[in-house]
Design a protein around this ligand. Structure first.
Ligand code: TPP
Ligand code: MG
Length: 303
């Protein structure tokens, strides 16, 4: 089994993209983030095709969220993933490991070339993320309903340790049907965890059906507010709106962001289709998908 280590070249490129997101005007920010998200989606297509397995729909719905988190929100150091003063991010919907791995590799946590081993025998890049194998993964996820309870414990621990790190947890919307989330929400507001941000990837699909047909979540904003959260609603594919929503100061309670997304976002024939939860594209569909995932170079913005 290979050990994944920091990739200095990728880390430098990532730091430069972060600088441009921080210092650039709106057009430059938009361009840098769009290019990074498209690269992630292209890599996800290649990883899933090579592995002949994966969860492309959920990977694509969460890609923009992860891209914005890792380029403009998190205080992290990919060269030192265990730094005690880092922000913590937990992808609770661990079935979308491919999107997380592609995002981590683009930040230099490990060489992007390793992505080709996704789900191969003995690869550390398992179908669900493992914190002992992949730098940047904070906790093992896959069984739904565990990420938020772990994030709650992490946020409490961070506060007890007197650190100012923040904890971000990304949940699937179908995942919210697990009661453990609601217990954790009650506890998070009871403890006034202002260092905790819960982000729901609200794509309205789960495995095999729509969320609202399976076990209704709406009115989700009112439910999250009733459990003690400050609720924010955002277009989960609008990079600049996400930047704003995820970096705005909070009040005296945990923040819950409902990120409205489209499962399969970015490839027309995959968007909002239940079967693409874990369908694998054929060779012809890979060509079609990659033809839609083009990194544009707008006039007047250097790449
Ligand atoms: C406890 C548990 N039950 C069932 C599964 C199988 N499973 C994997 S993904 C998924 C659907 C998740 O839907 P959602 O949270 O909405 O994720 P997304 O739409 O973003 O893929 C299910 C049921 C699981 N991983 N864990
Ligand atoms: Mg969903």
């Amino acid at each position: 089994m290979s050990t994944l280590e920091f990739d200095a070249a990728a880390g430098r490129d990532w730091a430069e993209r972060c600088r441009r997101v921080r210092a650039g005007d709106a057009a430059e920010r938009r361009h840098v983030l769009a290019a990074a998200a498209t690269l992630t989606r292209r890599r996800v297509v290649e990883m899933i095709t090579a592995a002949q397995a994966g969860h492309i729909g959920g990977d694509f719905s969460v890609t923009d969220l992860l891209t914005v988190l890792f380029h403009g929100v998190l205080r992290i150091d990919p060269a030192r993933p265990d730094r005690p003063d880092r922000d913590h991010v937990i992808l609770s919907k661990g079935h979308c490991a491919a999107a997380l791995y592609a995002t981590l590799a683009a930040a230099g946590y490990f060489p992007p070339a390793e992505l080709t081993t996704f789900m191969a025998p003995l690869s550390p890049l398992n179908g669900h993320p493992n914190r002992t194998k992949v730098p940047g993964v904070e906790t093992n996820t896959g069984p739904l309903g565990h990420g938020l309870p772990v994030a709650l414990g992490t946020a409490l621990g961070v506060r007890l340790a007197g650190r100012d790190s923040r904890v971000f947890v990304v949940l699937g919307d179908g995942e919210l049907q697990e009661g453990s989330n609601w217990e954790a929400l009650m506890s998070a507001s009871h403890h006034g965890l202002t260092n905790l941000m819960i982000i729901v990837d609200r794509n309205r699909l789960q495995q095999g059906a729509r969320t609202e047909e399976t076990n209704r979540l709406d009115p989700l904003d009112q439910r999250l507010a009733a459990f003690g959260c400050e609720v924010r609603i955002v277009d989960g594919h609008d990079h600049l709106a996400l930047l704003d929503t995820l970096t705005s100061a909070g009040t005296d309670r945990p923040v819950a962001v409902i990120a409205n997304t489209v499962k399969g976002k970015g490839v027309s024939f995959i968007e909002d289709r239940v079967e693409w939860h874990h369908k694998v594209p054929s060779a012809e569909q890979v060509e079609l998908a990659l033809a839609e995932l083009i990194i544009e170079e707008p006039a007047g913005v250097a790449s």
